[in-house]
Design a protein around this ligand. Structure first.
Ligand code: ZN
Length: 292
């Protein structure tokens, strides 16, 4: 063996000695910590750890049960810590989830409310439309009924009014609207030809508004009736009434003649609604219940 080999031996022993002293002091510290930890963990390792004579591990000087207790305590502490941490995390996560769920609930509630409102509005609109249509239909029915009633009343009024033909023993020689050389325009009345002197009578009750010679019409009488219609009788040979006289239906107003523009004895009969333009006398007479 060379001295070079022997030389490092002593310092190594010293170092080992120092190391073991330091290890001892560190062991004491560790035992102290272990005791605290064991106490904290509720183990009974304290008494064992303080005994220097008890079996110990090479590295820490703790007995296997002390080491186990320490490990158990550390593990438990770590578990507790991490569990607490994850419990905090879990709580935060749960809170966040709860808030999100709450928000989602609110959102869906709002959406549902909006949907309900929209539906309610649509229903109200439809109802209003239906009501308007119903009202319009009712108004249309009422109008139609009123018109029908009016028409019926008018027909009844016409039927009620006594109407007669303007003369007797006649034949029709010219009709309304007929074209011919005798007239400046198409024929404006209905011609009843009868022997001279045959009575001409008012077809309805009314008031005499004219009894005078009227150019091509010859001797002419006009009678205004209750509904405003005017009837006229022309080419007569005489007057049996004067202006302002009240006449009944069938009352004589004159006689068949040939005065004015005429080629034979007849009465030219006209119907002028409201005293205006003449209309075809034939349908008018029929509407009033007489057939010429
Ligand atoms: Zn005529």
């Amino acid at each position: 063996m060379s001295p070079q080999h022997d030389l490092p031996a002593a310092p190594r022993r010293v170092a080992k000695h120092r190391l073991s002293r330091r290890s001892l002091s560190r062991r004491t510290q560790l035992i102290g910590i272990t005791a605290v930890l064991a106490a904290a963990a509720g183990t009974t390792a304290v008494g064992v750890a303080s005994s220097a004579t008890g079996p110990s591990t090479a590295s820490t000087g703790l007995s296997p049960s002390q080491a186990d207790a320490l490990t158990a305590a550390r593990v438990e502490r770590r578990d507790l810590g991490s569990r607490d941490a994850s419990r905090v995390d879990l709580t935060a996560e749960a809170n966040r989830k709860a808030r999100a769920q709450q928000a989602a609930k609110l959102r869906s509630a709002r959406l549902a409310a909006n949907a309900t409102l929209t539906q309610r509005r649509a229903l109200a609109l439809a109802a209003a439309k239906a009501a308007a249509a119903k009202k319009a239909a009712a108004q249309a029915r009422a109008l139609a009924a009123a018109k029908a009633a009016e028409a019926k009343a008018e027909a009844e009024e016409k039927a009620k009014v006594k109407v007669v033909l303007p003369t007797t023993g006649y034949r029709l020689t010219a009709r309304f609207g007929q074209a011919g050389g005798r007239w400046a325009r198409n024929h404006t009345g209905l011609d009843f030809a009868a022997p001279l002197g045959t009575p001409v009578r008012s077809v309805m009750a009314g008031e005499v508004i004219q009894a005078a010679y009227a150019g091509a019409y010859g001797r002419q009488v006009k009678v205004r009736h209750a509904d405003g219609t005017v009837t006229s009788y022309s080419h007569m040979s005489e007057f049996d009434v004067s202006v302002g006289d009240t006449v009944t239906a069938g009352q004589q107003v004159g006689a068949i003649g040939m005065t004015g523009n005429t080629t034979g004895p007849h009465v030219h009969f006209e119907v002028l609604p409201g005293g205006g333009d003449p209309i075809d006398p034939e349908p008018w007479l029929r509407e009033h219940g007489v057939n010429p």
